[in-house]
Design a binder for this molecule. Structure first.
Ligand SMILES: [Zn+2]
Length: 276
């Protein structure tokens, strides 16, 4: 695929590691023009039903496993007993996302990519290719501030809503999942994710690939994944060669164990999030 280099986004941001220092942070700009809790997107996707919104508001911890996904997300159907979910954060990036997409296509694996809004804005074609190849997207804020819970409510609102707008504009896909950078949460972050019809998700398996501990260590950590787990890794935030090499080694092994890779579908209550 051909991606315009013009407007390439260089965030210099840190990946999801909770131990990383705070990234450059948000703009600190005031809340967007929509003060009231908006619908999930300007697209045709319906707003959450009262029941769904109510259930999402009750979420006080992020989802770590597929079992918790079914437990927390209203209307979510149980996954197969051998299901496992791969989530890939901080993209899209021209250097690594195409390589990861090619690998997933070769292995016939669908994943959930947690996109940073400014990356989608700078790489629209690449962002869209992730969806067109059958993967799902989650909202991972606009500028990836690792200090999101410490920001004021208006800035949190802007981070979530600007990301949603960028992702929808680039891809036509309305995320129904939100992952806070570094897995850092607060009551306000949960509240605003729910107000946007998004469930809060973390992970169960963290290979800490963002810290570049070496391919072998990433591989061994990922191999601990078992059915029902949500796995974290990255296609953004810098050199992801170790992540990519580990995925090449690990994914076939997990498939050989009979694990079925699943995405996290929109619950029936919030409709089909894939819009034209
Ligand atoms: Zn991240």
């Amino acid at each position: 695929m051909r991606l315009g280099a013009a407007g390439a986004v260089t965030l210099g941001l840190a990946a999801c590691g909770p131990d990383k220092p705070t990234a450059s942070g948000s703009t600190g700009a005031p809340a967007g023009p929509t003060a009231a809790p908006p619908s999930p997107s300007p697209s045709a996707s319906p707003s959450p039903t009262p029941a769904a919104a109510s259930a999402l508001k009750q979420q006080k911890k992020a989802i770590h496993t597929l079992h918790e996904y079914v437990e927390f997300v209203p209307g979510a159907q149980p996954f197969p007993s051998n299901a496992i979910a791969l989530t890939i954060d901080d993209g899209p990036t021209p250097a690594w996302t195409p390589k990861v997409l090619a690998l997933l296509e070769k292995l016939d694996i669908k994943a959930t990519f947690c996109h940073i809004g400014v990356q989608d804005k700078g790489h629209k074609a690449l962002a869209k290719s992730v969806v067109s190849e059958g993967h799902h997207l989650a909202n991972h804020t606009y500028s990836h501030p690792l200090s999101l819970p410490k920001l004021n409510a208006a800035t949190i609102h802007k981070e979530i809503n600007d990301a949603q707008a960028s992702i929808v504009d680039a891809t036509g896909f309305t995320p129904h999942l939100f992952r806070s950078p570094g897995g850092a949460w607060s009551a306000e972050v949960f509240k605003q994710a729910a107000a946007n019809g998004m469930a809060a998700i973390d992970w169960e398996i963290d290979p800490k690939d963002w810290s570049r501990p070496g391919t072998e260590l990433i591989r061994l950590r990922m191999l601990k994944a078992k059915p029902g787990d949500i796995i974290l890794c990255h296609d953004g935030g810098g050199d992801r060669s170790q992540t990519y090499d580990a995925l090449k080694a690990v994914l076939p092994v997990l498939k050989s164990k009979g694990y079925q890779f699943v995405t996290l579908p929109a619950p029936p209550a919030t409709g089909d999030n894939t819009t034209p």
